[in-house]
Design a protein around this ligand. Structure first.
Ligand code: FES
Length: 159
């Protein structure tokens, strides 16, 4: 099917299984989208349209849900998800300088991925580790007291 060419048949078979499991239930849309994102990594328009066709839920409603909740993404993520905490404590301790460094070094905006598919950079709200500010979270692992100078060394650990 044209709409989902970027995914393999196996992936689409799994999406079909998830649709069978969650799609018929009125409150199943969010869990369905969560599971599909877990499987594919993101929810591009093509897969939203596919889900719409299969479930008869309007594409606008699906798009509305995907864009409303920040944990859904329509962009393919890179191998490693790097989140910079911009909560008050981290900001005061210099997180803004790290934002500037990343934007300069990688020439990308937050929310985007590096061309080599290595990192997706995102801004995060307080993750409750303010005593370690400023904090960077990589693939869910929290790194504390990060500085502009130590950031490169930390990122190097993630190929
Ligand atoms: S403000 Fe960054 S962990 Fe709380």
């Amino acid at each position: 099917m044209q709409a989902v060419l970027e995914f393999t048949k196996e992936q689409i078979d799994e999406v079909d299984g998830l649709i069978d499991r969650y799609g018929a239930h009125p409150s199943g849309l969010i869990p369905l989208l969560e599971k599909v994102q877990e499987l594919l990594g993101y929810l591009p328009l093509s897969i939203q349209e596919y889900i719409s066709e299969k479930t008869h839920i309007s594409p606008n409603r699906i798009y509305g849900v995907v864009t409303f909740y920040s944990f859904f993404t329509m962009e393919a993520r890179a191998r490693h998800r790097v989140q910079l905490c911009l909560g008050t404590a981290c900001y005061v301790k210099g997180a803004d300088a790290m934002v500037e460094k990343i934007e300069n070094d990688y020439q990308i905006n937050f929310g985007e991925s590096t061309e080599d598919g290595r990192f997706t950079f995102e801004k995060a709200r307080c993750v409750g580790a303010c005593g370690l500010a400023p904090v960077v979270i990589i693939d869910g692992e929290v790194f504390g007291k990060v500085t502009v100078d130590s950031l490169d060394g930390i990122l190097e650990q993630f190929a």
